[in-house]
Design a binder for this molecule. Sequence first.
Ligand code: ADP
Ligand code: MG
Length: 453
Amino acid sequence: MSEGGEPSRKEKWSPGTEVVGRFNFDGTSRDDLPFRKGDILTIVAASKDPNWYKAKRQDNKEGMIPSTYVQQRSAVKLHAMPWYHGKISREEAERLLHPRKDGLYLIRESVNYPGDFTLCVCFEGFVEHYRVFRQNNLLTVDQEEYFENLTKLVEHYQADADGLCTRLRKALDKQGQLDYDIDRSEFRKAGWAIARKDLVFGQRLGGGEFGEVFNGDYRGMKVAIKTLKDEQAVQAFLAEASVMTALRHPHLVQLLGVSLDGGPGQPIYIVTEFLAKGCLVDYLRSRGRSLIRKKDQAEFSRDVASGMAYLESKNLVHRDLAARNVLVSTEGKAKVADFGLAREATHNLEGGKFPIKWTSPEALRHSKFSTKSDVWSYGIMLWELYSFGRVPYPRVPLAEVTQHVESGYRMESPDNCPPEIYSIMKRCWDIKPELRPAFSLLYGELDVLAAKS
Ligand code: ADP
Ligand code: MG
């Protein structure tokens, strides 16, 4: 369903489907469930009338809603940019662009103007290099046509040369790891847009990878708001949100929406549910052995395994699982957060900024990220959990960790850690990824252990 378009009447929503209000609905009878534009509702049941559904509001109140007043929320997809070759030199681009067929093209990061791009196009046996620069956070070649992202720019010049030597005819595909682009209007279309005016900022919670994280209020709901400081990171920031649009699980931090009104150049916020007890590593350190019981630890282990088993079932790889990226709710439930590096298992990311002590040897050495490299990180997280928030590999200098681990060294059991748990850690740290247990299996084992403790 497109925004503003006729809502489809054929749509049949099954119980549990999430929909979001497109307009305010006051209701006319007692059976109706009033809601406002932007409210999130869950379908409870269809009715005889295909235009009416029984639904539940966030405050658990149930009633009838007209389907034409709401739209279903759907996942936002990333677009691969096979023609984007990243930081390669002008000479390298010219070397790659063969045969010099008219319209064969690629895009690279500008060497002379970091943050800008260069569009390289073959024409009459030569390569033309056009500078693509950023103005008010939009991209332009000629200061006449402006684009939100590279994908849109490519689409435009594929259709029409519009001042270039030729239209773009054939992309020179990059080999190996691809970059991704995202179209912010898709968040709106998919029902994830949050109006800036509905957000009230509270206290700063911490520094995020891309900016800062605040607590706040969204229509009476306590929320966490992630902000973006560096406009150049906008694609990575939205990529994190797009991954989250496909996820819904009690042990994964829930995305509520993305605020991007005002269009390019205006601040973007990612809004998620708020977990009042903060990140697990701080929780463990501040309470320590005297307050945290074996049962709490077993339940945290199970909760994280449960969320990770769901990611595993979706073929998604987290890549940054660690106690600092697990949050604790008011009721003491653990939820996995921080999907900044999460991608489909088939996607590869260029290495470099991985948390060494948490990342498996094959991921560090050969960028081989998989659910099984997440399992390795899970083992490290268990060690953190049972040592009440200590930093892993104490006394081993960071530069020596990988070598140590590859020569067979593994951390010892934390003091007083149950042997069943330590044996799980060791299985997670098998040098052979295929021999590590699946999260679904770990979840089953930990569920039994949590029930016993
Ligand atoms: P980064 O991408 O920088 O690692 P995180 O998502 O890990 O960002 O958030 C940084 C910090 O902000 C966390 O360690 C936590 O203390 C706090 N935080 C983030 N999200 C929430 C949330 N939903 N509820 C409570 N605190 C949060
Ligand atoms: Mg983090």
